[in-house]
Design a protein around this ligand. Structure first.
Ligand code: ADP
Ligand code: ZN
Length: 610
C-alpha cells in the first residue's frame, strides 16, 4: 500500500500537528485503522480522539468521511485542520448551494483529506451515491453513543449508519465516544455493525483535573476567592441550578472585575448564541450557566469548572467537570456544597412527578453524589469506582492534598436525634435545622421563646460545638441517610437507621468543618492552573496570550486554533530568539512554524518586562 519512503504515523504527528509522541492508545488505534481494520474507541473528553482518525486520514489514500452530529462545531474542527495545513471541509445545512458545490467538487477531485458530514445527510441515498463517486479512505463516526437508544443523546439518524458496513465493506470504520457505560458500548458495537472491530477502552481518569469540594458558607465570595487564587483572566464555566442564581452570580463577578457572562434557557436565543461565540473565541470569558450550557462545547482551554449548587448525579457532575482541561493542561473542578443543598434536593425529589421507582432512582443518584462530597478518601478513587474502574489515591484532589480531620460525631448525633425525638414525642412538633441547632446551643431567640423550647431537657446540651459545626453534623447525617428532611419546610425527622446511632450501636465518623475564617474559597493555597509556569515567565506568557488574541481576532478563529496554552507556556519558559529555537515546541508543526514563527519570536525579543 505505502512505499517505504511514505511518511509514517509519527512523522505526520510531528510534522503536521507538532506533537512529539502519541498518547495512550492513539498509536495502536491509528495503526489499526491505517491497516484497514475497524475500531471502537472509548476515551474520555480531552483524551485525544480526533487524532485517531485525522492521522489515518493523512496516511490512507482518499478522503476520510467524518460523521459528526454537532453542526456548530464543524466549522471550528475544519478551521483547526486548515490551520495546520490539512485539506478539510464540511457539508451541512448551514451552507448555501454554491459553497456546497465547491466542497463537492473538491471531494470528487480528490482534493480533500477529510470531509465532515452531518448524520442526517449520510442517511440519504443521494449523498451515499455522491460519496460513492469519490474515493473514501475511512469512516469516522464521532459521538458514536448517539446511536444508543437508551443513552441520553440518541439521534435516529445514527441508526442508518449501520448501512455503511454493507455498502462499503472494504472501507475501515472507527467509532468514537466519551461515554463510559458498558451498555452504551454494547449498543454501539451491535447497531453500527462493528462485530469485527478492535475495542480500545481508555481509563476514564482525567489526571490533569484537580477535584476540590468545599463547604459552602458564602458561595459568591468563596467563588471569587477561588477565581482570584486560580489566576484571574482564565477561561471557566460556573454551574448553578437556577436562572436567578446564574444572573446574580454573573453580576457579582462582573462587579468584581471578572469577565463573566450569564447563560440560561430563559435568555433570548440570539444573545445566547453570541455569548457562546464569545466564550469559544475569546480567551478569558467565564460563563455562569445552568446545565443548559455545554453540550458539544469543544473548547480545549477551559481552566476551571465550578459548581455553586450540588449536582444531581455523579454522571452529570463528571460530564460537566470534564469540560475542563481538554488540552491536558492542569485544571480545577471546584464544588461548593452545604446543608441547604441537601435539604433542597431531597425536597425536589419528594415533590418530583413520577412513580416511586423514579424517585428511588433520583435518590440513589443523589446519595452517590453526597457520598462523594462527604468522603474522607480520595475523590478520584471514589469517582472512578463509580464508573467501575479501580484506582489508587491520586495526589491531586483536595482530600489527597489536605487530608480532612476525622472526628467521632456519635455523641453530637445522639444529642441532635434525641432533640428531634423529644420535640416529636413531648410536643408533637418538628423543626428545621436552624431551630434545632439553637436549642442544642441554648441560644434564646424570639422563636425559641415563642415555643417555650428553653424548658426542653436537651436545651443547651450542645454548647461545645459552634453553629457552623452543628450545621456540618446535620449535613453529614442527612448525606448518609441517618436523618431525613420532610415537608415543605425541610423539617428534620429520624430515618430508619437513626435508632442504630441513638442506641449506641453505630458510630458516626465525621469530617471536621474548617472554621469560617480559615475556609479559603480556593480550598487551599496551591494554585493548580499553570503550576509549572515560573512566576518570572508569567509576564511573557501574558504577552504571548495578548498576541494570540490579536491574531485570532484578525483571522476570525478561536484563540486556541492559533496555539494552545501549552505551546505559549513552553515558549515563555524557553524564550527562543531564533526560529530554530521553536523546533520541538509542542503544537508547532511545519505550517504553524511558517505562519507564526516570526510572530512568536517577535513577542519574545520585544518583551522587556521581568
Ligand atoms: P477529545 O476529542 O478526545 O475530547 P481532542 O481530540 O479534542 O480530544 O484532543 C484534546 C486535546 O489534546 C487537543 O488540544 C489535542 O490537540 C491534544 N492532543 C491530542 N493528542 C495529543 C498528543 N499525542 N500530544 C499532544 N497533544 C495532543
Ligand atoms: Zn485524590
Amino acid at each position: 500500500m505505502e512505499t517505504s519512503s511514505a511518511p509514517t504515523a509519527i512523522d505526520i504527528l510531528q510534522r503536521v500537528f507538532g506533537y512529539d509522541s502519541f498518547r495512550g492508545d492513539q498509536a495502536a488505534i491509528v495503526d489499526r485503522v491505517v491497516a484497514g481494520g475497524d475500531a471502537v474507541v472509548l476515551m474520555p473528553t480531552g483524551g485525544g480522539k480526533s487524532l485517531c482518525y485525522q492521522v489515518p486520514a493523512l496516511l490512507r489514500e482518499g478522503t476520510a468521511i467524518v460523521v459528526s452530529p454537532l453542526i456548530a462545531l464543524m466549522q471550528d474542527q475544519v478551521d483547526a485542520l486548515l490551520a495546520v495545513g490539512v485539506r478539510a471541509a464540511f457539508l451541512n445545512s448551514s451552507q448555501d448551494a454554491a459553497e456546497r458545490e465547491r466542497v463537492e467538487r473538491a471531494y470528487l477531485d480528490g482534493a480533500l483529506d477529510l470531509l465532515y458530514v452531518a448524520p442526517e445527510r449520510l442517511s440519504s441515498e443521494q449523498t451515499k451515491r455522491f460519496l460513492g463517486n469519490g474515493h473514501i479512505s475511512l469512516f469516522a463516526i464521532d459521538e458514536a453513543h448517539c446511536v444508543a437508544q437508551w443513552g441520553h443523546d440518541f439521534r435516529p439518524d445514527y441508526l442508518a449508519l449501520s448501512e455503511l458496513a454493507d455498502r462499503w465493506p472494504d472501507v475501515p470504520r472507527i467509532a468514537l465516544t466519551a461515554t463510559a457505560t458498558e451498555a452504551t458500548h454494547r449498543e454501539i458495537t451491535t447497531r453500527l455493525r462493528m462485530e469485527n472491530a478492535e475495542h480500545f477502552v481508555a481509563s476514564f481518569d482525567r489526571p490533569n483535573i484537580q477535584y476540590r469540594i468545599v463547604n459552602k458558607n458564602e458561595p459568591r465570595k468563596q467563588l471569587l476567592e477561588f477565581i482570584r487564587a486560580e489566576g484571574a483572566g482564565q477561561v471557566g464555566i460556573i454551574y448553578a441550578l437556577s436562572r436567578k442564581t446564574v444572573e446574580k452570580t454573573a453580576e457579582f463577578l462582573q462587579a468584581n472585575g471578572v469577565n463573566a457572562l450569564p447563560y440560561h434557557a430563559g435568555l433570548d436565543a440570539g444573545l445566547r448564541q453570541r455569548t457562546q461565540a464569545r466564550f469559544l473565541r475569546e480567551d478569558n470569558v467565564v460563563i455562569v450557566a445552568t446545565i443548559a450550557f455545554g453540550m458539544g462545547i469543544d473548547k480545549p482551554d477551559v481552566r476551571f469548572v465550578a459548581h455553586i449548587d450540588l449536582p444531581k448525579s455523579i454522571e452529570g457532575y463528571y460530564q460537566e467537570t470534564g469540560r475542563a482541561g481538554r488540552d491536558g493542561e492542569p485544571s480545577v473542578a471546584w464544588l461548593a456544597y452545604g446543608l441547604a443543598d441537601v435539604v433542597q434536593q431531597r425536597r425536589m425529589i419528594d415533590e418530583s412527578p413520577g412513580d416511586m421507582a423514579h424517585r428511588r432512582r433520583l435518590s440513589a443518584h443523589l446519595d452517590a453524589m453526597l457520598a462523594l462530597c462527604e468522603t474522607v478518601e480520595c475523590r478520584r478513587v471514589n469517582l472512578l469506582t463509580y464508573f467501575g474502574q479501580p484506582s489508587q489515591p491520586c495526589g491531586n484532589c483536595d482530600v489527597c492534598l489536605t487530608p480532612p480531620q476525622v472526628w467521632d460525631g456519635t455523641v453530637p448525633a445522639q444529642k441532635l436525634m434525641s432533640t428531634i425525638v423529644r420535640l416529636q414525642r413531648e410536643r408533637n412538633q418538628s423543626f428545621g435545622a436552624g431551630q434545632i441547632i439553637d436549642i442544642l446551643r441554648g441560644k434564646t431567640t424570639p422563636r425559641t421563646t415563642q415555643w417555650g423550647h428553653e424548658t426542653l431537657a436537651t436545651w443547651g446540651i450542645g454548647q461545645d460545638l459552634s453553629e457552623q459545626q452543628w450545621r456540618g453534623v446535620v449535613r453529614q447525617l442527612l448525606a448518609r441517610g441517618l436523618l431525613l428532611t420532610t415537608g415543605e419546610y425541610g423539617t428534620l425527622a429520624l430515618s430508619q437507621t437513626s435508632p442504630e446511632v441513638l442506641s449506641g450501636g453505630r458510630t458516626v465518623p465525621m469530617r471536621s468543618e474548617p472554621e469560617r475564617s480559615k475556609s479559603r474559597g480556593g480550598g487551599g493555597a496551591r494554585r493548580a492552573a499553570h503550576p509549572e509556569l515560573d512566576p518570572r515567565d508569567a509576564g511573557l506568557f501574558e504577552a504571548l496570550r495578548a498576541w494570540r488574541a490579536a491574531e485570532a481576532t484578525e483571522q476570525g478563529v478561536p484563540a486556541y486554533i492559533v496555539f494552545g496554552d501549552a505551546t505559549l507556556r513552553q515558549v515563555a519558559a524557553e524564550r527562543p530568539t531564533e526560529l530554530s529555537g521553536l523546533d520541538g515546541v509542542t503544537g508547532i508543526g511545519e505550517k504553524k512554524l511558517e505562519k507564526y514563527g516570526a510572530g512568536l519570536i517577535g513577542v519574545v525579543t520585544g518583551y522587556e518586562g521581568e
